[in-house]
Design a protein. Structure first.
Length: 374
């Protein structure tokens, strides 16, 4: 079967959506299918962003990276996208939000199509009248729409009226890669005193992640946090940390390699995701932390985050945007090793039962076969 994914970006560009696309593409390729991904060049791509490049197959996936002429409202401007998206496919897989891919669907040939709805477009309110009919039209044309949790259906405005074609296939994580291991030396950016309980954040440094709330939660305490990732908010956040004299407690580790990342989870005492808007629909990093047997702290967003972290069972929960309550949760985990162990063990068990990579890939392959056969 020929499977064509239309994605904004693709690893090494960071992001949970990009990671899911890569996992699905590689999983289908391992099963013997012919897989191609069309994506724009992004910040993580080493070659010139002005050149089209078809990569040699990596893990049997062919990736076509197209020149990016700028980014408007988080949307890459890629003149060659429509032509590249016309490639042959028995199943077309579109990953929302991605208006350019939606336009390519209308401009290209009809074929069985699945849309994974990662999240609604929320920030670009001025442009909504322009892209709303396009997005809705693609959702109506899709044979199936995939979401990671039932909460996606309840929260999404874009999916209203399309509920009958929605399939829930949870995202998954490699439970071997992110698994418990014997103690190892901490990464150098961590306090080297093993008695210091360090919190960890992993993700894009963007506004909706609520990292300014995390900084305020650390203020006036002896808490320690390591922040992994890059993004437009890094400069303002570092200035805020410096201004509050928190440089010894909050460390910005920047981007880390895929090989290094599991060691960061294992070195941490707990994981914290302080997101403040429903743009945080799921949080793949939560699965990585929980698979690593780490207790997690999330916020009370009415999204799939609550279906991943069961408050009181696999982690703790703080009200959205409440630095004082987030501080209490962080202190509680930092000071109670027994509680961390209990929550972390339950978290890994929840991942093993519901959120494995094998389950996610198998669910999508069965859907592809159904659509291609139909």
């Amino acid at each position: 079967m020929k499977i064509l994914h239309l994605s904004k970006f693709y690893p090494p560009d960071p992001g949970g959506l990009e990671q899911v696309v890569a996992q699905l593409a590689e999983g289908a390729a391992r099963a013997g299918h012919e897989v191609r991904v069309v994506a724009a060049t992004g910040s993580g791509w080493a070659r010139s962003p002005g050149l089209r490049h078809t990569e040699p197959p990596r893990r049997n996936v062919v990736v076509v990276r197209l020149p990016t002429r700028g980014i408007v409202w988080s949307q890459p401007i890629v003149p060659g996208y429509l032509a590249a998206a016309r490639g042959p496919a028995d199943v077309l897989h579109v990953h929302h939000p991605h208006p350019l891919a939606d336009l390519a669907v209308y401009a290209g040939p009809r074929r069985p199509m699945v849309v994974t709805h990662h999240a609604d477009i929320r920030r670009q309110g001025v442009a909504r009248p322009l892209y709303w009919p396009l997005v809705r039209g693609v959702l109506r044309r899709a044979a199936a729409v995939v979401v990671a949790t039932g909460s996606h259906i309840e929260v999404s405005h874009e999916l209203r009226g399309c509920e009958g074609k929605v399939r829930v296939i949870p995202f998954g994580v490699d439970v071997e890669r992110f698994g418990p291991r014997p103690p190892a030396p901490r990464p150098l950016c961590f306090p080297q005193d093993p008695s210091v309980a360090v919190g960890l954040f992993v993700g894009r440094l963007v506004g909706y992640k609520g990292l300014h709330v995390l900084v305020d939660a650390v203020r006036g305490t002896d808490l320690h946090v390591v922040i992994v990732g890059g993004g437009p908010e890094r400069g303002p956040l570092q200035e805020r940390v410096t201004r509050l004299n928190l440089g010894r407690q909050i460390v910005f580790a920047g981007e880390v390699t895929d090989q290094e990342l599991p060691d960061f989870y294992r070195a941490a005492a707990y994981f914290v995701l302080p997101s403040i808007t429903p743009q945080e629909m799921f949080g793949v990093v939560l699965l990585e932390a929980m698979a690593s047997e780490r207790a997690v702290i999330t916020t009370s967003l009415p999204t799939g985050v609550r279906e991943v972290n069961v408050a009181g069972t696999t982690g703790l929960e703080a009200p959205v945007g409440d630095a004082a309550e987030l501080r209490k949760a962080m202190r509680r985990l930092a000071e109670d090793a027994a509680l961390r162990t209990k929550l972390g063990s339950a978290g890994r068990q929840r991942v093993l039962e519901r959120f494995t990579l094998d389950r996610m890939i198998a669910g999508h392959l069965a859907l592809y076969e159904e659509l291609a056969g139909g």
